[in-house]
Structure formats: C-alpha cells, structure tokens
Design a protein around this ligand. Structure first.
Ligand code: JFZ
Length: 418
C-alpha cells in the first residue's frame, strides 16, 4: 500500500515549496534591526512579543495574490507538486480555522483563505496540492513549544495546545481542502511521542493516501526529509527529498538577492534526482502577494530546460554511484536509459564514459531525439570498459545538454580497484 501512494511522488521528482506568512511584512527587518537569515524566524530571533508581532495581521493585505499565477509558475517550471505553509512557527494560519482567530480570514483586511485558493488552483491545473504545518513549534500559543519570551515554559502544557489548536487544525486541513497529497511536518522534538503517533493515526484515518515526511518525528514518515539545503554525497536508498532555498531565506527577505542561478538549480536537480531523491525548491512571496521577480525568472528558465529535458527527470530512480569523480556530468536513469547531463561541453566533441560496462544500443541528445549519435564501446589495456560518444559540435541545450544512452539493465561499472 505504501508503495502505491508514493508512486506519483516518485514520478514527480520536482516540487515547489512556498513559505508565506506574516513574516513577509517585516521581510527580515524589524524596527531597523536586520535579521539577516531565516526571515520566517524573525519573531523568535528578536524575541518579539506576541502582542506586537500579531499586529502584523492588521496590515496583511496581499492584494496582488493570484493562486493561478503561483500554480502556473510551478507548472511551467516543470514542478509536479506545491507545498504551502498553512501555519509556520509563528502560529499564524493562512487558512480559515475555527480553532484560532489568528488566521487570514478573521484577522486580516485581506479576508481570503489562501490555502483554499491554492488548493483549488492546484486541482484546476492538475498539480498535487500539499500542506506544510508546524505541529510542535507555535510561538503564538501559550502552551505550544518555542516561545519562552512571552510564556514561562514551566507553566506550559503541550496537551492544551494539542487539543485546542494542533489536532483540530490538522483535521480541518485534511477535511476542508479536498485531496491533500503530502502533509509536510517540521521541527520535531519537544513533545511526547504520543502526539506524533496520534497525528500519524489521524492522517491515516482522514486521508489514507496522504503521505507525510520524516520531520513528523520519532522515526515515522513515508519518506525522509534531508537537512535543509543538503545533498547526500552518494546514491541514497529509499524515498527521500531535499528542501532547498532559492536564495538564503525561506520567507521573503527584502535584503536577500543571493539567488541561485538557473544553472545551479539544474545542477542541484540532476544531482539530487540522480541519487534517488526529490528536489523541493522554495519561493517566498512578498507581503503584497507577489513572487519576487528574481525567483520567478529563475523558475521560468528551469522550466524551459525541463520542457526539452524533463524526461531525464520524471520517473527516474537512483542508481549505483558512478565511480569516477565528475562534477561536469551528472547521471540520471530510467528503465533502460542512462541520461548524461553534460554541463561543460568539450571543445573536441568526444565524450568517454569510463567504466560503464552495460551494452549500449543507441545514443541520442534529448533535444534532438531523431538524430542518433555514433558511439563505440571497448576495453583499455588494463581491462577497463569505456563508451565513446561522438557529440555534436555545439551543446544541444542551454545549461546542461542531456545525452541519452539506451542500455541493458541498471548501470554497472568496473570495480576500479584493479
Ligand atoms: C525548518 C524551519 O524552521 C524553517 O523555517 C523552514 O521552514 C525549513 C524548511 O524547516 O528548519 C529546519 C529544519 C530542519 C533542519 C534544518 C532547518 N535540519 O534537519 O537540518
């Protein structure tokens, strides 16, 4: 059963993370004080009292927000799922809830349920709808974990927060918004195992096909979420994902323009996917509901690349790590086809794939699938296998040209310790 409900996720490989909440208003600066990283943590980092921070809600009016635009941007980038912060650690709810007035509909002039609008747009554009929910940390609730500047930890009782807000809100989110494909939990720790188990049961009961990540805590999770912005060195077994920032913040930060360029994004995408993981790339919309141009432009470029080369991403699986250290070529693999992502086109257009043992039947560029490329296979004096491919003179795609090799079975390499 587990494998069935994971199927779309394994096929998807690439998703959009959206960190959006009241923190988009200060956007990294509070009364002139710069909070250089993690703009969504500003309340905690500067120990802003609830009574002050919650006033942001009165100003939150993202009139430019258009759920279709968000979803279309993701879709055009080649992403297959979107996860939006329904409630981050600051406790503010981007959805209508009966269990806290501190929500987008009841506490802001905007008055529209952002989570509902994203859910609907996802359905319309056929992309999987996923929800981020901070289940343990909630700096607004007197009994949750995390806020020791307003509330005395010794007087806190997690059970109260759990019964009053956390549990019923997870119920709302899994009841009022149609099919939820992933519920993305974060920052485990600080609460008893009982609560994690109770949430696991709740999710299974309300939406048996909804999957959740390992940050729910205590070793549970349908798949593993790696540390933020980290890629394993080698191929990693099992279902896993890496969440990544496009700049250096999750939430919108007015001072952070340190965007990764499209080349870096494609490098990360192929690196992660080639090792068997999913790439969840983040945007932080601003307080007016606009997606910063910097990030939108990058996603559009990645999308152009995906339109030509997406078949080297979707539905691929991890493969044994290629034994030669190369950063200029990344490998992905799907059912008998090995894709080589060539980031640095050789001046003399010949490419050797050392140590690949499989019999190759055909070689072509994804950008030009009708033209077969000539190739030969052999072994060197030391017995090492190689495939030699005669490349076109020029790269076939911007950023990374993808050369497909039809091979027999999973890639196998020489044992290079001969
Ligand atoms: C968490 C959040 O605190 C942060 O604001 C953001 O939402 C991010 C996606 O997740 O931060 C973490 C959580 C776990 C790790 C690092 C940052 N980790 O395991 O390395």
């Amino acid at each position: 059963m587990t494998s069935d409900k994971m199927q779309w996720w394994r096929e998807a490989r690439f998703g959009l993370f959206v960190h959006w909440g009241l923190y988009a208003i200060p956007a990294g600066v509070w009364n002139g004080i710069i909070n250089s990283h993690s703009s969504e943590w500003i309340m905690n980092h500067l120990r802003i009292p609830v009574s002050e921070y919650e006033k942001l809600a009165e100003q939150f009016n993202p009139v430019d927000f258009n759920a279709d635009e968000f979803v279309r941007l993701a879709k055009d980038a080649g992403m297959r799922y979107i996860a939006i912060t329904a409630k981050h650690h600051d406790g503010f709810c981007m959805f209508k809830t009966k269990y806290s007035d501190y929500n987008i509909v009841d506490a802001t002039p905007f008055g529209r349920d952002i989570v509902a609008e994203i859910a609907e747009a996802c359905r319309k554009h056929d992309i999987k709808f996923c929800i981020y929910y901070s289940h343990i940390l909630d700096w607004h609730h007197p009994h949750a974990v995390g806020n020791d500047w307003d509330f005395k930890p010794s007087l806190q009782d997690f059970e109260i927060y759990y019964r009053e807000k956390c549990r019923p809100q997870i119920e709302e989110l899994l009841t009022n918004y149609g099919e939820v494909s992933v519920i993305w939990f974060d920052m485990p720790g600080g609460a008893d195992k009982f609560y994690t188990e109770d949430i696991v049961n709740l999710v299974r009961e309300l939406q048996p096909n909804c999957i959740f990540n390992s940050r729910i805590g205590y070793g549970f999770g349908d798949y593993v979420t790696m540390g933020d912005n980290t890629v394993p060195l080698l191929n990693k077994e099992g279902d896993w994902e890496t969440p990544y920032t496009l700049n250096d913040n999750w939430g919108y930060n007015q001072l952070d323009n340190n965007w990764k360029d499209p080349l870096k994004c494609i490098d990360l995408l192929t690196n992660i996917v080639g090792k068997g993981g999913n790439f969840l790339l983040n945007i932080g919309p601003d307080a007016n509901g606009n997606i910063p141009e910097g990030s939108a432009n990058i996603l559009r470029e990645v999308g152009e690349w995906m339109r030509v080369n997406g078949s080297s991403i979707y539905g691929t699986q991890g493969i044994p790590t290629y034994p030669i250290d190369t950063r200029e070529i990344r490998f992905t693999y799907k059912k008998g086809t090995l894709f080589m992502h060539v980031f640095n086109w050789p001046k003399i257009p010949i490419l050797y794939i050392h140590h690949l043992m499989n019999k190759v039947s055909r070689v072509y560029a994804l950008a030009n699938p009708d033209i077969d490329l000539s190739f030969s296979q052999g072994t060197t004096d030391t017995g090492a296998h190689y495939v030699r491919v005669d490349l076109p003179n020029e790269p076939t795609s911007k950023y990374s040209s993808v050369i497909a090799l039809d091979i027999e079975g999973m890639p196998e390499y020489d044992n290079i310790n001969f």
